[in-house]
Design a protein around this ligand. Structure first.
Ligand SMILES: Cc1cc2nc3c(=O)[nH]c(=O)nc-3n(C[C@H](O)[C@H](O)[C@H](O)COP(=O)(O)O)c2cc1C
Length: 174
């Protein structure tokens, strides 16, 4: 089986997860790892399975990922799985449903065979974290506690879980 792991990243969090998934799927398959700006709907045609990764951006897929996803044809032969990183544990439910919802909506529109979504926290860019602190009027101690945890992600455990997710996706195809 030919597999592509493609992703967008601004500060490396999603890339870490992309690499973990790529490491796992490479064990038994021919697998490529490519940034999303190096691929197009045409590239996808060369693969049996594509993992698409994105950071959460305003509760949605990042622009370049959405663009590629929206350009996919209806009912393609390949299968897809999604993964994303986000800064927020506190409003995680909201993030999960929003970003998962974005993947789900496109997948449904395009009638793509979809094998699941993985997500974990990522260490936020300090400027974005500061903006969120201000927007949410987070007290310093709450924010510091949040940051203490956030900087640990994606953690080695998150990477292990991503590998487990990749295995589960593969097992759905066999
Ligand atoms: C423009 C922008 C918007 C973001 N919006 C969200 C968001 O809505 N929810 C969230 O949890 N994190 C949000 N984040 C944080 C990122 O999703 C998070 O830090 C992610 O791990 C970054 O991944 P990357 O290092 O691969 O770019 C945002 C970051 C940026 C730069």
């Amino acid at each position: 089986m030919k597999i592509l792991v493609t992703y967008f990243t601004m500060s490396g969090n999603t890339e870490k997860i992309a690499k973990a998934i790529h490491d796992e799927v490479s064990k038994e398959h021919e697998a490529d790892l490519k940034k999303i700006d190096k691929v197009s709907a045409d590239t996808f045609k060369n693969y049996d399975l594509i993992f698409v990764g994105t950071p959460a951006h305003a509760g949605d897929l990042a622009g370049p990922v959405k663009e590629v996803m929206n350009s996919l044809p209806k009912s393609p032969k390949y299968k897809l799985a999604g993964f994303y990183t986000h800064m927020a544990p506190i409003w995680e439910d909201e993030v999960q449903s929003a970003v998962r919802g974005s993947f789900d909506k496109i997948i449904k529109q395009k009638e793509i065979k979809y094998l699941g979504t993985y997500n974990c926290m990522g260490n936020p860019d300090p400027n974005v974290a500061k903006m969120v602190k201000e927007a949410r009027k987070m007290p310093d101690d709450e924010f510091n506690e949040y940051m203490e945890e956030a900087i640990k992600h994606p953690s080695p455990e998150d990477e292990q879980k991503a590998k487990k997710f990749a295995k589960e996706v593969l097992s759905k195809i066999k």
